[in-house]
Design a protein around this ligand. Structure first.
Ligand code: PXP
Length: 246
């Protein structure tokens, strides 16, 4: 069964737009996470950015305490955040780029260029009982690097696929890149997640990508929640995911 991880960053974005620096405020990303779980989500994702743009430290501690599914902490490979993760002990961390330097032209983590540093962090996390995922573009070099680094998962960046969705030839090319990368990763023993830019329109076609374990979806769910509520938005997405055959 294809799993849904809900990224709640944009619930915090909305709160910070009004209540930045106030230590509390609405909407509460933790309450949102609990609603997502009650609606059937398999995990909760939050990105504790170095600039604390949306999710705050207090949010990740409250999430760790209160959610019953898996906590996926998205994070940069940065010493301050690594130290927090090792104390927080999320079920999994997903290492993502935050600075331009670390970003490949495709927008994922440049795992190939940062192999040594990522290997070190991966080992630290694994030694603490935390699984590791690397957010990478569907690119052969990056998948090979992820396998060498020793992460348990990769998360394939679906942003280019989502962006090109309205242009059939480009979309099919992006889809083929995702298919190829998923097959390559699977053959190397990596488990495969995917995310970024996914929504109810582009999700059914993504079913053509094999070996997917979990999708991480944020913006489209939080946006849809404005119209139908968060629980209904999560249920709609889960209904679209249930026919996935791998
Ligand atoms: N996966 C990763 C690694 C991300 O950085 C993001 C965006 O925060 C997502 C998934 C979710 O993307 P979206 O909000 O476009 O659904």
């Amino acid at each position: 069964m294809l799993k849904l991880g809900v990224n709640i960053d944009h619930v915090a974005t909305l709160r910070e737009a009004r209540y930045r620096g106030r230590g509390a405020g609405e909407p509460d990303p933790v309450a949102a996470a609990l609603q997502c779980e009650a609606a059937g989500a398999h995990g909760i994702t939050a990105h504790l950015r170095e600039d604390r743009r949306h999710i705050q430290d207090r949010d990740v501690w409250a999430l760790r305490e209160r959610i019953k599914t898996r906590l996926n902490l998205e994070m940069a490979n940065a010493p301050e955040i690594i130290a927090i993760a090792l104390k927080l002990k999320p079920d999994i961390v997903c290492l993502v780029p935050e600075r331009r330097l670390e970003v490949t032209t495709e927008g994922g983590l440049d795992a190939a260029a940062h192999e040594k540093a990522l290997t070190k962090t991966c080992k630290k996390m694994n030694d603490a009982g935390i699984e590791v995922s690397l957010f990478i573009a569907p690119d052969e070099r990056q998948v090979e690097a992820a396998a060498r680094i020793g992460s348990q998962f990769i998360e394939l960046h679906t942003g280019a696929y989502a962006e090109s969705f309205g242009r059939k030839r480009e979309r099919n090319a992006e889809l083929q890149r995702l298919v190829k990368a998923a097959k390559q990763a699977h053959s190397l023993g990596l488990r495969v997640n995917a995310g970024h830019g996914l929504n109810c329109q582009n999700l059914p076609v993504l079913h053509l990508v094999p070996h997917l374990v979990e999708l991480n979806i944020g913006h489209s769910l939080v946006s849809r929640a404005v119209s139908v509520g968060l629980a209904a938005a999560v249920k709609e997405m889960l209904a679209l995911m249930k026919d996935y055959r791998g």
